[in-house]
Structure formats: C-alpha cells, structure tokens
Design a binder for this molecule. Structure first.
Ligand SMILES: Nc1nc2c(ncn2[C@@H]2O[C@H](COP(=O)(O)OP(=O)(O)OP(=O)(O)O)[C@@H](O)[C@H]2O)c(=O)[nH]1
Ligand SMILES: [Mg+2]
Length: 437
C-alpha cells in the first residue's frame, strides 16, 4: 500500500492524538472553572491603617468610582471633621499647657475662637438617611460608640450641649479665657438656622476663623505637632488647607477629597469587581478592637489576605485604648492572623502604608524612643521601614510567602501599580492551587 503505514502505527497516532485532545479539553474546562470562580481578598489591619482607602482605590481603578450621593456625604463629613479637629486642637493645647494666642486677653483671634467653640456639628443638611451625620458625629463624644447604641439619634443635640460644656471646662480653667456663663447660654441657644443663605454665611465665617488660627496662632501649630499625644484625624492638615471649599454647603467632593476623608468601617463590607475575566470579591473589615470579633465569620475560602499597617503611627496610641501603641498592636494582630489555622497556606500581602506621613514625622520624631532595639538612622525613612518590615516578617512562623509593598493609599498613581501587582499575586496563587501552573 502506497502510504506504507501499519495498523499499529495508526493506533499509536490515534491514542497520542486522543491524549492531547483530552489534555486540551481538561485544561479548557479548568480555565473556564477558574474564570467562573471568584477570588476573595480580605483587607485586615488595625483601625485607621488605611484599609477602606485601599478599597476606594480599587473602586477607582476597576469600578465606576464614587456616586454623587457619596460625594455629598463626604463633603458634610469632612466639614464636621475639620471644625471638630480645630476644636480638639484648642482643647488639647490647653491640656498640654501650650499657650494659644487666641486665649490672650484682647486677642484679635478671640472672636475666631468663640466661633469655633460654639459650632454645632448638626449645622449641616441631611442627605438620604437623615440620621447618618448625627450618628457619625457621635464619635466625638465620650465613649461614642457605646453611648450611640444606648441613645437614640434624636438625643444628639443634648449630647452636643454637654460636649460644648466639656470643651468650655477644658478651655476655661483660667478666668480670662472662660466664656461668661451668660455667653455660654447664648451659644447653646444658637440652633442651626434653616435659612440657606444665613447658613452659608455662618460656614464662611467659621472657615475664615479656622484659616486664621491655623495660619497665625503658633500654639495651634505647636499642638498639631504633638497630635500623636491625642486622637486627631490623619487628614486634618488637608481639611484645614482646603477649608474654604468644604465650607460651601453645595460642595461636591472630588476623588482626592474622598480618599482623604474618613468614615470608620463597622462590620464587614463586600465589593465585587470584574478584573478582566476574573471575578474578585474584596472584603473590608472594620479594624478597631470592637470590630474584630466579626472577622472570623468570613475567613473561609480567602484567596489572599492584605494586611495594612500604618507605619507612620509608631508614636500613636489606639483610639480604643490610649495605653497601647498602634504599631505594637498591629504586630500582635499580624502575628495571630499570619499563624492562624485559617490561613495556613493563604498568601499574605503586607502594605506598609502611610509612608508619606512617616516621612513627615521622622523629621522631628525620634523613632528609637518608641522602638529601643532599633539601631539605624532615626531620621531615615528607608531604614525605619526596613526595620518594621523585618519585624513583621519575623513573626511569620509558616512557610507561606508574605509579599510586601510600601504604600501611600491616598495616592492614586502609585496605588495603581501596587494593586495590579496584588491582583496578579491573587490570580497566580489561584492558578497554582487549581493545578494549572
Ligand atoms: N496621608 C495619608 N493618609 C492616609 C493613607 N492611608 C489612609 N490615609 C487616611 O487615613 C484615614 C483612615 O483611613 P481608612 O482607610 O478609613 O482606615 P481603615 O483602616 O479603613 O480604618 P477602620 O475602618 O477604622 O478600620 C483616612 O483619613 C485616610 O485618608 C496614606 O497612605 N497617607
Ligand atoms: Mg475602614
């Protein structure tokens, strides 16, 4: 026969072809399975480390960003936080015995001081859920969270009366700065007006007062430099430097404003993303101690854990417990998660976050004071971050990899690179687990 091929050879070729076809079919099926399956990433870390900010960047990168309603909400929240932060600086300056120019008798700034002290957080419009802001501002009261649970939101006004008195008490232990009793009563009476034009004008005056004290009262700056000794929002400087735009009751937040703004996460939020043909679910957990007991409920089927550490907070204490250093707390937290039976072979990605704030802080703070075993240059960012990185990696007692990124979660450009690298790690790991690579 012309072709000269034996039956045996034909059989061999047939079986070889079948084997290849089967392998291709199997691989295609697995790929389809991988595409259809969902990867799950969880953001963990202590409170205020930047987890939700990372999620916001993912939304900017892979979703349609922020909704109009959200932009309005953040505008209100930032306004409240800005005024409240100035109030806190005044209160703590007195506590720390930092003299304030606005406290001097006949000070040209005393009017500005009074305006800020009499500010009521409820002087804002309502958006959607009427109570969202009333709930939100409770964080400034004593034991805000537990009190909020006990009290109806309708009692917020009464709470603020008390808050005002407390501020006055703290500020007023010298008679020259104390507001007259009658004056204080007047302030309590000044309810927010419903008149939009008047409200706009009130806000404008307040913004001018904040700007004045921030720029010209050296005591305020001095107190700001000691903000690690009390609790102050991380973005306070940004709020003050942009106070005029936030004073406009019609202001709609930009993406940058939203990244700088802060709403503490309660519970665990879930956001779905489509990245190419991969579906990714990102869980964002509230990081404060009271939130952590909820974490375990969603530890199953996690593809990777992103642990966010705020490296700049090495000299700050926890909001929940002012005796505990924030980075010490984060080390213990990382250690227990990394070695937990839930994550035996789940890769960890460690974000050494708030690098920008660390850089600022190291210019005037001695890192060694807080970490005595540190032997490097106390003002060198790279050396300090390397030390923290080593400390964290040394508590990993498993064989799983811990990938590390230095991040500034509020910076969209650098985060695009970091987040792409992070999703690559997730995908690679998933393919490995599925036996495809
Ligand atoms: N400058 C600067 N600010 C940051 C950075 N990351 C986060 N922030 C700010 O830090 C504050 C807290 O950030 P969040 O993302 O709300 O922190 P979180 O970890 O979600 O906090 P919880 O929800 O309480 O657990 C916000 O005001 C952010 O804008 C950063 O890298 N640099
Ligand atoms: Mg959060």
């Amino acid at each position: 026969m012309g072709c000269g091929t034996s039956t045996m050879e034909l059989d061999d070729r047939y079986y070889e072809q079948k084997r290849i076809n089967d392998a291709i079919e199997k691989s295609l099926k697995s790929h389809q399975k991988v595409e259809k399956s969902q990867l799950k990433m969880i953001l963990l870390g202590a409170g205020e480390s930047g987890k939700s900010t990372v999620l916001k960047q993912l939304r900017l990168l892979h979703k349609d960003g922020f909704q109009y309603q959200e932009r309005l909400q953040y505008a209100q929240i930032i306004w409240v936080d800005a005024v409240q932060s100035m109030k806190l600086l005044m209160i703590h300056a007195r506590r720390l015995h930092i003299p304030l120019k606005c406290d001097e008798s006949d000070s040209p700034f005393s009017q500005a001081k009074k305006l800020i002290l009499r500010y009521r957080c409820l002087d804002v419009g309502t958006i959607g859920d009427e109570n969202f802001l009333k709930d939100y501002v409770m964080k400034y009261s004593d034991g805000g969270e537990s009190r909020r649970k006990k009290m109806g939101t309708g009692q917020a006004d009464a709470l603020w009366d008390r808050n005002l008195e407390q501020s006055e008490r703290l500020l007023g232990d010298s008679t020259e700065t104390e507001l007259e009793n009658q004056e204080l009563e007047e302030l309590k009476e000044s309810r927010p007006t419903g008149d939009f034009a008047a409200r706009k004008q009130q806000r404008q005056q307040l913004a001018n007062a904040i700007q004045l004290l921030w720029a010209h009262d050296p005591g305020i700056q001095q107190c700001y430099n000691r903000a690690h000794e009390f609790q102050l929002e991380a973005s306070t400087r940004y709020y003050f430097e942009n106070i005029q735009k936030f004073a406009d009751p019609d202001y709609i937040c930009s993406d940058t404003d939203i990244l700088k703004g802060r709403i503490k996460t309660t519970g665990i939020t879930e956001t779905d993303f489509n990245i190419g043909s991969t579906r990714l679910k990102v869980l964002d957990a509230g990081g404060q101690r009271s939130e952590r007991r909820k974490w375990i409920h969603c530890f199953e089927d996690i593809t990777a854990v992103v642990f966010v550490l705020a490296v700049s907070e090495f000299n700050q204490t926890l909001f929940e417990d002012e005796r505990v250093n924030r980075v010490h707390e984060a080390i213990l937290l990382f250690e227990s998660l990394c070695n937990s039976r839930w994550f035996v072979d789940t890769p960890f990605i460690l974000f050494l976050n708030k690098i920008d704030l660390l850089e600022e802080k190291l210019q005037q703070t001695n890192f060694k004071e807080y970490f005595p075993d540190y032997t490097g240059d106390v003002h060198n960012v790279d050396s300090v971050v390397t030390y923290l990185e080593r400390t964290f990696l040394s508590v990993n007692r498993t064989n799983k990899p811990v990938y590390v990124h230095r991040t500034c979660a509020t910076d969209t450009q650098s985060m695009e690179f970091v987040l792409n690298a992070t999703t690559d790690i997730l995908l690679q790991n998933h393919l490995k687990k599925s036996g495809l690579i």
